[in-house]
Design a protein around this ligand. Structure first.
Ligand SMILES: Nc1ncnc2c1ncn2[C@@H]1O[C@H](COP(=O)(O)OP(=O)(O)OP(=O)(O)O)[C@@H](O)[C@H]1O
Ligand SMILES: CC(C)(CO)[C@@H](O)C(=O)[O-]
Length: 278
């Protein structure tokens, strides 16, 4: 007998970013812009005397969720359902952390505010090098512009109605990229000057950053070229070996290279889907 909760947190695709190092994990993060998407991570958690974790992609590597439980000193049975590939630039670690902290808060009635949940998730992301700006972005929905590092760094959110299509050829190690001084120097130099005020400007910034960042895998060159030829705005999913592209025509262009996935801009951040006493 005990309480069980189901939560969902959205994923986030960064279009461009720049690492900022502060004096603590909370003041460390990134500036940049990205889209919060309607696919993410669902977590089902119930009180239990021993920790049991199941991850839908069959992964045996459950350290991220264990980290959440141990930081709160609770034991639970947890099921994690991941809508998109992990490590492929869809912010699945931030979504997993936000969904897991929200679920633990609900199950164990911890009284955490949304800001407490975001701070806890951001602390794990930054201290383990699994992300920099995804938690701040995914605390709400929209196309998000971040001008300060940390969970309060969001300056604007707007909500384009356009559909997005994405294609993924696999992962890139976020940890290896964001902890490389050399890579971060090139990324900083590529950071666009203009803050985007529309989806079109965000896509222009993202593509120009991608081309200058030194992070573009060669596999993506023909995909981006095909999008450009078809007049479809597109860029690389930071940090993954994939492309995201705007509008209905993107589906047919991306189909030539694999199986495109449909995305919409999420209207909200983490939510509690269900709360039960069992
Ligand atoms: N939703 C999740 N549930 C459980 N473990 C996860 C989840 N997301 C990530 N992990 C763990 O964290 C590690 C690092 O994830 P990583 O940061 O590369 O994923 P990501 O956030 O999807 O990537 P990206 O930064 O490209 O968006 C993974 O190898 C996995 O062990
Ligand atoms: C580092 C990053 C590109 C991928 O996790 C993202 O977290 C960001 O925008 O800071």
């Amino acid at each position: 007998m005990g309480r069980s909760c189901i939560t969902f947190a959205p994923g986030h695709i960064s279009g461009y970013f720049k690492r900022i190092d502060g004096i603590s994990a909370q003041t460390t993060g990134s500036l940049g812009a990205g889209i919060v998407i309607d696919k993410g991570v669902t977590v089902e958690m119930r009180e239990a005397s021993e920790i049991r974790i199941e991850i839908s992609d069959g992964s045996m590597d459950d350290w991220l969720i264990r980290e959440v439980l141990s930081s709160l000193d609770v034991t639970a049975e947890v099921r994690v359902m991941v809508d998109l590939p992990i490590g492929a630039g869809f912010g699945m670690s931030a979504a997993g952390l936000l969904a897991a902290y929200s679920a633990a808060n609900c199950v164990f009635q911890l009284g955490m505010t949304p800001a407490d949940i975001a701070a806890a998730a951001h602390e794990v992301e930054v201290s383990h090098g699994t992300g920099l700006g995804d938690v701040a972005a995914a605390t709400g929905g929209g196309l998000v512009v971040r001008t300060h590092p940390g969970i309060s760094g969001v300056t604007s959110r707007f909500y384009p109605d356009e559909v997005f299509w994405t294609i993924s050829f696999g992962g890139i190690s976020t940890h290896d990229v964001i902890t490389s001084h050399e890579k971060m120097q090139q990324v900083t130099a590529a950071f666009p000057e203009r803050e985007p005020a529309s989806l079109a400007e965000f896509m222009e910034n993202s593509l120009s950053f991608t081309e200058k960042s030194g992070l573009l895998p060669p596999d993506l060159l023909p995909v981006l070229a095909a999008c450009k030829a078809a007049g479809v705005p597109a860029s690389m999913t930071m940090l993954g070996n994939g492309v995201f592209a705007v509008g209905p025509a993107a589906e047919n262009v991306l189909k030539q290279f694999g199986e495109p996935i449909l995305l919409h801009v999420s209207r909200s951040g983490p939510v509690i889907l269900e709360e039960n006493y069992v």
